[in-house]
Ligand binder design. Structure first.
Ligand SMILES: Nc1ncnc2c1ncn2[C@@H]1O[C@H](COP(=O)(O)OP(=O)(O)OP(=O)(O)O)[C@@H](O)[C@H]1O
Ligand SMILES: [Mg+2]
Length: 139
C-alpha cells in the first residue's frame, strides 16, 4: 500500500538524515533541494509527486514544509490519488537545529537567520489539515 510522507521541520533538524536511514529504501525521495537553481520549483515538485503517485509509488517529500499552506498541495494530491498522507514532525529546539546546521559543510550549511525564520513560520502539522497520522520526532 503506497503512502505519502511529508517531512516538517527547520533546516538542520535532521530530516534528510532520517530519510536516508529509514525511508529511502522504500520511498521515492522528492525534494526541492534536488533542483536548487530551477525556476518554479514548487510546481515542479507537485508535478513529480503527481507522476510518482500515478505510478503507485510511496513518496517522501523532504523539505522544511513549515506552514499549512506549504503542505496543503501535498495533502490534496494524496487525497486525489486515494493515498494516505503522513506527517513526520521534528519537534527539535531552535538551538539544536542551529548547532546541527553549524556542523555542516559547504552549501548544506544555511544562514542562521534562515533557520530562525523557518522556525517562526512553523505550524505543527495536525490531522485537522488532512494527515492520516502525525509522527513526532523529538531530539
Ligand atoms: N538525531 C541526530 N542527532 C545528532 N545529529 C544529527 C541527528 N540528525 C541529523 N544530525 C546531523 O545534523 C545535521 C543536519 O541534519 P540534516 O541534514 O538531516 O538536516 P535537514 O533537516 O535535512 O536540514 P535541511 O532542511 O537544511 O535539508 C547533519 O550534519 C546530521 O548529521
Ligand atoms: Mg535536508
Amino acid at each position: 500500500m503506497p503512502e505519502l510522507v511529508v517531512m516538517v521541520g527547520p533546516q538542520g533538524c535532521g530530516k534528510t538524515t532520517r530519510v536516508e536511514r529509514h525511508l529511502a529504501r522504500t520511498h521515492a525521495v522528492v525534494s526541492k533541494d534536488h533542483w536548487p537553481n530551477a525556476r518554479h520549483r514548487e510546481q515542479r515538485q507537485q508535478r513529480v509527486v503527481r507522476e510518482l503517485l500515478s505510478e503507485g509509488r510511496s513518496i517522501v517529500v523532504d523539505n522544511t514544509n513549515p506552514s499549512t499552506a506549504d503542505r496543503a498541495p501535498l495533502v490534496e494530491l494524496a487525497r486525489e490519488y486515494g493515498v494516505p498522507v503522513r506527517a513526520m514532525y521534528f519537534d527539535v529546539p531552535l538551538e539544536t537545529c542551529l548547532a546541527r546546521n553549524a556542523e555542516r559543510q559547504g552549501r548544506a550549511r544555511v544562514p542562521e537567520k534562515a533557520v530562525a525564520a523557518t522556525r517562526r513560520l512553523l505550524a505543527p502539522p495536525s490531522t485537522a489539515e488532512g494527515f492520516a497520522r502525525v509522527d513526532v520526532i523529538g531530539v
